[in-house]
Design a protein around this ligand. Structure first.
Ligand SMILES: Nc1ncnc2c1ncn2[C@@H]1O[C@H](COP(=O)(O)OP(=O)(O)OP(=O)(O)O)[C@@H](O)[C@H]1O
Length: 342
């Protein structure tokens, strides 16, 4: 049996269904992400697991216990929020030690545990600082240490890095993943940021309108989106109607379907260069209608017939003189055209 089981959980607010018989299972020691657009019900589900929202139907089982109707403090669930919610008048040491003190544990034991935990989150030397003396990223590390030290059965993290700038956020994502692996703690992380979910998760649950639209390892979700919603939400994909694509490649194959093609699988070359497409691919002609620099990636927007396709190439691999109105050839490998469920 899985470690955490959400079994057909329903939650309504004022008669509006926010969680619609949602079911999912998490294994012990996993870091999973609930990923979905604003308002899809991610935070509501976390709050149901934590006992901060009552459910209107279904069950929640954690570590072989039915916790559906237990008081929050009896569930073995910890939570880290976007706002750090530290005690401002306590030092880092006191903030982190707080949960163990409440349990009435001895000073020596607490000191050793706090030392290990502060070390784990990379804050050694800051024990005597107050929250106001720390950066946002450091404060969030304290919040993480404070929640982890009491060893909850599962730690819930609700968009914990949202308030941080992009660089710190990326660093903390990596660190969280390391900390989670070292500690073996089961974690559920909520985000609406696809890149964040792809970076940190063992598995992702994509949520749409209070249900799981798709679950899988990051690479599975990224390379094989199950539906048009997932393809569009995970971003980047070219999503086309079958008929549009048929006109593009001149073969009647995909009527009534919806297709997804990742921008980086399309090969782009100047007209006539690099030979022809072969049996395993389609070759089409187009014109560049947009060029976007995305750091190490250059994204070309290409119009061919009535279609617009985005094509990503490594920034060092093409002549950057390729510009608006340049005629180009695109080669699309057939096995990279994914048929989506509508
Ligand atoms: N206490 C509440 N009372 C009434 N409606 C609520 C309450 N909490 C959440 N909702 C509604 O439930 C829906 C889902 O909210 P939820 O916070 O779970 O979304 P989310 O997926 O976490 O979105 P975000 O990424 O914006 O936080 C929203 O329409 C929200 O307005």
């Amino acid at each position: 049996m899985s470690y955490l089981i959400i079994d057909k959980v329903t939650k309504k607010f004022d008669g509006t269904v926010v969680l619609n018989e949602i079911s999912l299972a998490v294994e012990r020691g996993e870091l999973v992400t609930l990923l979905g657009p604003s308002g899809c019900g991610k935070s509501t589900l976390l709050r149901c697991i934590a006992g901060l929202n009552e459910v209107d139907g279904g069950r929640i089982l954690l570590n072989d216990r039915d916790i559906t109707n237990l008081a929050p403090r009896k569930r073995g669930v910890g939570m880290v929020f976007q706002s750090y919610a530290l005690f401002p008048n306590m030092t880092v040491y006191e903030n982190v030690a707080f949960g163990l003190k409440m349990q009435g544990l001895k000073g020596n034991y607490i000191a050793a545990r706090v030392r290990d935990m502060v070390n784990l989150v990379g804050l050694s030397g800051k024990e005597k600082s107050y929250p106001r003396e720390l950066s946002g990223g450091q404060q969030q590390r304290v919040a993480l240490a404070r929640s982890m030290i009491v060893e909850p059965d599962v730690l819930l993290l609700d968009e914990p890095f949202n308030a941080l700038d992009a660089k710190i956020r990326k660093m903390l994502q990596m660190e969280l993943k390391n900390i989670q692996k070292k500690s073996g703690m089961t974690m559920i992380f909520v985000t609406h940021d696809q890149e964040e979910a792809l970076t940190i998760s063992d598995r992702i649950f994509v949520i749409n309108e209070g249900r799981v639209a798709q679950s899988g390892k990051p690479l599975e979700i990224y390379s094989q989106p199950a539906s048009e919603f997932v393809a569009r939400f995970i971003g980047n994909f070219n999503v086309l109607k079958g008929e549009e694509f048929e006109r593009l490649v001149g073969e009647p194959l995909f009527s009534g379907k919806s297709l997804a093609i990742r921008p980086e699988v399309i090969k782009l070359s100047l007209n006539g260069e690099n030979g022809k497409g072969h049996n395993g691919s389609w070759r089409i002609k187009g014109k560049v209608v947009g060029v976007f620099l995305k750091g190490n990636i250059l994204r070309f927007r290409v119009r061919s017939k009535d279609c617009i396709l985005d094509v990503d190439v490594l920034n060092n691999s093409l002549d950057c003189s390729l510009n608006y109105d340049t005629s180009v050839d695109l080669v699309i490998p057939k096995d990279e055209v994914k048929v989506l469920n509508l």
